[in-house]
Design a protein around this ligand. Structure first.
Ligand SMILES: Cc1cc2nc3c(=O)[nH]c(=O)nc-3n(C[C@H](O)[C@H](O)[C@H](O)COP(=O)(O)OP(=O)(O)OC[C@H]3O[C@@H](n4cnc5c(N)ncnc54)[C@H](O)[C@@H]3O)c2cc1C
Length: 678
């Protein structure tokens, strides 16, 4: 550790072999594997070569998010239903825009990483023979899904943290990333380190700057949760996408965010048994008065309506391909419709769904077979939703109780929320980005395609971390970073950063909170689950203007923490430009409705005869998916020259490798390290 003065600021330098940004399940796992691989290689004191740098140990989706039984999707472990990596990879790539090689690697690494978590202490349930019990998500015959309860990802990151602490690896907490330090250019460009503001010590004159230099950098800072106003990402999950774009990383599939029904007072997904218990859904005005059974006008029978509520359990993300003919995503549309009118929507677990005058009463025996059979098998035929939920999953009730909501006495407010981004940054089959020695893992990596099986995000985060760690140690080695030849380049960049931060402080500038709010409202309105090309174009223009205004006029910094919020606002604003640019480009290519977003179009298909476009008074229509785009991934790269700051291109999918060598030559490749050729 060394402290030097740069532009009148004390800057503390730390030096490591690998710096990992983010302490979620992905980052923690990568750090544990790095330690294990380094130890196996014989590196002295591996714990001194690795650091985790994070805005908050208790922050992020892994620590703070979940659902009724948060799903971990792995290769099937049933004793009698055989599964294979190729079959698993097929499920990951089924809806397109997903590289075959990384999907196969996620499949092959699945069990290794699952058992790694088991060894770390994550309480995945077994039966008396030791079989890890699985369940089906949406017709998966292999019962690949499993869960350690509502807080699976929290247990994962906590167990891995304990392992890391036993190894003695340092976690630098409360470090807000302000900049990714680059050296060199073109093919020799590298990210040399991360620059942080220590949130514990920052004030208006002392920025408390730390620089963490690494020969290798692993970015595991999660999804851009704060991008959306209506969101189930935990508060404070910001990510570092804008900073990564500026450093030169290439984005992939950014358009493929996932949206679904979630509670808003306490941010939590209401998937699985919350819906399978078939609660009543009702709406009120903004003051909580004038209750309405808002679903009833759109369904011909109680049986169909109640079955759709049930199906939302495992058909959780909003899916435009599940709207027509009264399928389950019509529920998301109708909930959204209500909230657009300024009304509020609630789930009521004390009552069964209530129908209209023309509907029969709720009757569990009259449900369609898929729902009726499931509830019968689960023994969940009690009289009320809360009893059925309590029977199927008491921890799902307890998690709300822990967070101040008693489902036995109050309804639960819900909305269609942003939950996850299937896209992120482009990586190869070792999770290495387009900049050598910089790896991107977890939700920040864009390895999923247009759709992904529920629970596969956690699997991908673990396998990605394993792959990055293995590659770093075996292909690049365990030496500490040495940028002595690049010191002046680094100092110049740091002094530019400090000058920029000083310039932020301007009376004519924006209030950081207001700027963030403006980004979030725009993204929810124009980059959410319902999109339209002209609207997205207008939103992109506004987003670019906001970003440029920030740079021109700076921010009003009212308190010590404002500098951190200003940094966040600036990179979040750039992130929103990237996302909207990708959306405009994709819609311009005629992509249509896919994944978890619906594209409105006058010449499209009716959503429902009674879902009306307010502007025209006619039924709203949506454009179906253009499947020819499934064989490419839309990439987005920062470039200052075009007016909207990013360039886009479609890249072809990489296939899954099919060559299978005999044992002896494969063993030789392994011994000689040839497996690490890119
Ligand atoms: C409500 C909800 C339910 C979900 N359910 C499932 C599920 O059932 N199955 C499944 O597979 N996936 C699920 N997901 C997705 C999954 O939880 C996440 O994708 C995963 O936990 C992300 O892990 P991560 O380690 O990549 O990032 P995170 O866990 O989000 O961690 C990010 C880390 O980066 C740090 N960080 C962020 N920004 C900054 C910054 N600016 N500066 C410094 N540090 C920063 C944070 O402090 C944190 O330590 C769900 C997500 C949500 C929101």
């Amino acid at each position: 550790m060394e402290t030097r003065e740069i532009a009148n600021q004390q800057v503390t330098f730390h030096c490591y072999n690998t710096v990992i940004v983010g302490s979620g399940a992905a980052g923690m796992n990568c750090a544990v594997h790095l330690y294990e691989f380094m130890e196996r290689k014989g590196a002295a004191n591996p714990q001194e070569r690795i650091a985790v740098v994070t805005a908050g140990l208790g922050l992020g989706a892994s620590r703070m998010s979940g659902s009724d039984k948060q799903t971990y999707y792995k290769i099937g472990t049933s004793p009698d239903v055989p599964d294979s990596a190729e079959e698993f990879a097929k499920s990951l790539t089924a809806a397109g825009c997903c590289h075959g090689d990384s999907a196969l690697v996620e499949a092959i690494g699945s069990l290794r990483e699952f058992y790694h978590l088991v060894q770390a202490g994550v309480p995945f349930p077994t039966d008396s023979t030791g079989t890890f019990i699985g369940y089906k998500t949406d017709h998966d015959p292999f019962e690949r899904a499993t869960s350690a309860g509502p807080k699976t990802s929290r247990f994962m990151s906590e167990c891995l943290q304990r392992q890391l602490e036993r190894c003695g690896v340092r976690i630098h907490d409360e470090q807000e990333i302000a900049h990714l330090l680059t050296v060199g250019s073109g093919l020799s460009k590298r990210i040399a380190g991360v620059v942080t503001i220590d949130k514990k010590s920052v004030d208006k004159s002392n920025y408390a700057i730390n620089v963490f230099l690494g020969a290798n950098i692993v970015l595991a800072a999660g999804g851009p949760g704060e991008l959306y106003k209506t969101s189930v990402y935990p508060n404070g999950q910001l990510g570092i996408h804008g900073l990564a774009f500026k450093a030169g990383l290439i984005g992939a599939n950014l358009t493929e965010s996932q949206f679904g029904l979630a509670s808003t007072k306490f941010r939590w997904n209401v998937s699985g048994t919350y819906m399978q218990a078939i609660p009543r859904l009702f709406s009120t005005d903004a003051d909580g008065k004038n209750k309405e059974e808002f679903l009833t006008d759109f369904f011909p029978s109680m049986s169909r309506m109640a079955t759709d509520i049930f199906l939302k359990g495992y058909q959780w993300p909003f899916d435009p391909q599940r709207i027509e003919n009264l399928q389950s995503s019509l529920i998301d549309i109708l909930v959204f419709n209500e909230t657009q009118k300024g009304r509020r929507v609630f789930m009521d677990f004390l009552h069964n769904p209530i129908g209209s005058d023309s509907m029969e009463e709720f009757d569990i025996d009259a449900l369609e077979p898929e729902a009726a059979d499931y509830l019968k098998k689960a023994g969940a035929r009690q009289d009320t939703p809360i009893e059925r939920l309590a029977h199927m999953n008491t921890p799902a009730i307890e998690i709300y109780k822990e967070n101040g909501i008693d489902l036995y006495s109050e309804p639960l407010e819900i909305a269609v929320c942003a939950q996850h981004n299937n896209g992120g940054f482009a990586v190869d089959k070792w999770w290495q980005s387009n900049i050598p020695r910089t790896f991107v893992i977890g939700e920040m990596a864009g390895t999923h395609g247009v759709k992904r099986p529920g629970g596969s995000a956690l699997n991908a985060g673990q396998t990605g971390g394993l792959r990055a760690a293995e590659y770093i140690v075996n292909a690049y080695g365990c030496e500490m970073a040495d940028y002595s030849g690049k010191q002046s380049e680094i100092d110049r960049q740091l002094s530019g950063l400090v000058t920029g931060l000083k310039r932020y402080d301007s009376k004519a500038g924006l209030v950081p909170e207001d700027a963030i709010e403006s980004v979030q409202s725009r993204m929810t309105a124009s980059g959410g689950h319902i999109r339209e090309l002209n609207d997205a174009r207008r939103a992109l223009k506004e987003a670019v203007k906001l970003y440029k205004d920030m740079q021109r006029h700076g921010f009003k910094l009212e308190h010590a923490g404002s500098i951190v919020q200003a940094i966040q606002a600036e990179h979040l604003a750039l992130t929103s430009v990237a996302y909207l640019k990708a959306i405009v480009e994709l819609l311009g290519q005629g992509s249509g409705s896919r994944g978890s977003h619906l594209v409105l179009s006058e010449d499209g298909i009716e959503i429902h005869p009674d879902v009306i476009d307010k502007a025209t008074g006619k039924p709203l229509k949506f454009k179906p998916e253009n499947q020819s785009l499934r064989s490419t991934v839309l990439q987005v790269e920062y470039d200052e020259s075009p007016p909207d700051l990013f360039r886009c291109r479609n890249v072809e999918l990489r296939p899954a490798p099919t060559d299978r060598k005999a044992f002896e030559p494969a063993w030789q490749d392994y011994r000689e390290g040839k497996i690490y050729s890119r």
